[in-house]
Design a protein around this ligand. Structure first.
Ligand SMILES: CC(C)(COP(=O)(O)OP(=O)(O)OC[C@H]1O[C@@H](n2cnc3c(N)ncnc32)[C@H](O)[C@@H]1OP(=O)(O)O)[C@@H](O)C(=O)NCCC(=O)NCCS
Length: 160
């Protein structure tokens, strides 16, 4: 039984656990281990992991989700790089917690605009982003290949 889910900043030691989620969830669009390790270790980025703790059994915490922000200090902009939650942990508020924590970090880095890109056929994610104040600003037709699915660019912030 899960007692709590705790968010903490990821380190490169978390990359194998992140990739265990990334690879099946994003399949053909999954990042490589090397690309993920580069981003997680980049000080311009901020990655979180969500860990499920089973204190009663004294078990090791398990990574059940992660999310990443790119927001170089001084740039004024941030980008949501990625977010994923294990299927069995979805629809219980974890995605929202991860996104809210990334937006707090973007604010702490003085980013006044935050951008993200999402597949047009991902209504669950789009509704999460819209509920957090993101608005669609552009569409890249057929961006995701080979299926030819559009990419929706969304922005939250300053000059909406
Ligand atoms: C997108 C994702 C991270 C959301 O995580 P989650 O933990 O399920 O999100 P939450 O439970 O916090 O739900 C947030 C919002 O999503 C929407 N949502 C949740 N469950 C939903 C469902 N079953 N169907 C449709 N929308 C749903 C609602 O708007 C919800 O808002 P609410 O909190 O007011 O109910 C998760 O679905 C996921 O990992 N998907 C696969 C990877 C992916 O697509 N990443 C995004 C790439 S851009």
């Amino acid at each position: 039984m899960i007692d709590s889910i705790v968010l903490r900043q990821a380190t490169t030691d978390d990359v194998p656990a992140i990739m265990d989620i990334e690879t099946p969830v994003f399949a053909g669009e999954a990042w490589s281990f090397e690309a993920m390790a580069r981003d997680v270790g980049d000080t311009n980025c901020f990655y979180l992991v969500a860990e499920a703790h089973t204190d009663a059994l004294g078990g090791e915490p398990t990574v059940v989700g992660y999310a990443g922000l790119l927001a170089p200090r001084g740039s004024g902009d941030g980008d949501i790089q990625t977010i994923a939650v294990l299927p069995e942990f979805r629809s219980s508020g974890l995605g929202r917690r991860l996104m809210t924590a990334l937006l707090d970090e973007a604010e702490a880095r003085n980013a006044t605009r935050v951008f993200l890109e999402v597949r047009a056929d991902n209504p669950h994610a789009i509704s999460l982003y819209a509920s957090l104040g993101f608005e669609e600003i552009a569409v890249r037709p057929g961006y995701y290949q080979p299926e030819g699915v559009d990419a929706v660019i969304m922005k939250k912030g300053a000059d909406l």
